[in-house]
Design a protein around this ligand. Structure first.
Ligand code: COA
Length: 270
């Protein structure tokens, strides 16, 4: 059945290569000749695969990475937004923001494996994921000002959330690129690995650890951490409600019994 899902999902996409193994779907953005730049079709496919991740119980977690070793994603596809008028440019930004929000708010864990250039929309895509693991070759930047524009897929918000206003403004105003070690020092990435293979292995280890926990509790911490940055949500109220919900679950009974019985819990997501 798993093999069937893999073939089925792969058939749906032109710009993504997906592989499914042990519940983890690896989504590789595969427009290597264009440094995996995000055109509209690729964004639609990302939305589709994230919807499937949210809804399909066979899919438990995801890794997003870029094809090859040069780029994660070198930005939104510049050739597609060069000629936009104001109304369409606004739609372009809102649509990208909405798709990246789906990633950020997905109740299943999503890790970006940043294997090369993560510029503009690429850096924004990585920042929308829950955790980032970079390879030594990774480079990060928001170079939009070089083109006379600004980040439009949530970058002004998420970069500021992740690294603080001073560092965020410096990156966005200079358009400077930073390497993975600088990104690590400022909290933009969680881990730096030697190369793409090691970064993928690190992401998989992290996901396996997360997937051994109660899935509803994982969804709860994602939602509550996101609430910190949502001015319309009271994060403390949300936390209390999510805590109360978690206390009602079968998994809490299982987790607390397993602790008392000194055994590993077997969580079912109920
Ligand atoms: N949109 C569309 N095409 C892109 C792209 C993007 N964001 N980034 C790279 N490409 C394309 C190039 O046009 C080129 O296509 P071609 O071979 O048909 O001419 C191909 O990818 C390879 O890129 P190239 O620039 O030749 O590689 P490089 O090694 O010389 O430089 C970068 C690499 C990442 C520094 C450079 O491609 C770059 O600056 N890209 C744009 C980054 C950016 O501004 N992103 C934010 C957009 S808002």
């Amino acid at each position: 059945k798993r093999g069937w899902i893999k073939i089925y999902i792969n058939m749906l996409y032109k710009n993504l290569e997906t592989t499914l193994s042990e519940g983890i779907i690896t989504i590789e953005i595969s427009r290597e000749a264009k440094l995996n730049a995000l055109n509209g079709a690729t964004l639609d496919e990302i939305k589709d695969v994230i919807d499937r991740l949210s809804q399909n119980s066979e899919l438990k977690a995801a890794i997003i990475t870029g094809a090859g070793s040069k780029a994660f994603v070198a930005g939104a596809d510049i050739s597609e937004f060069q000629e936009l008028n104001e109304t369409d440019a606004h739609k372009f930004s809102v649509r990208g923001q909405a798709i990246f929000s789906l990633i950020e708010n997905c109740h299943k864990p999503i890790i970006a494996v940043v294997n090369g250039f993560a510029l503009g929309g690429g850096c924004e895509l990585a920042m929308a994921c829950h955790i980032r693991v970079a390879s030594e070759e990774a480079k990060f930047g928001q170079p939009e000002v070089n083109l006379g524009i600004i980040p439009g897929y949530g970058g002004t918000q998420r970069l500021t959330q992740l690294v603080g206003k001073g560092r965020s403004l410096e990156l966005m105003m200079t358009g400077n690129m930073i390497d993975s070690h600088q990104a690590f020092q400022m909290g933009l990435v969680n881990h730096v690995a030697k190369d793409k293979l090691e970064a993928l292995a690190k992401a998989r280890t992290l996901l396996q650890r997360i997937m051994a926990k109660a899935p509803l509790a994982i969804g709860g911490v994602i939602a509550c951490a996101n609430a910190v940055f949502n001015q319309n949500a009271d994060g403390y109220q949300m936390e209390a409600a999510a805590f109360a919900n978690a206390c009602k679950t079968e998994d809490f009974k299982e987790g607390s019994n397993a602790f008392i019985e000194k055994r590993k819990p077997n969580f079912r997501g109920t």
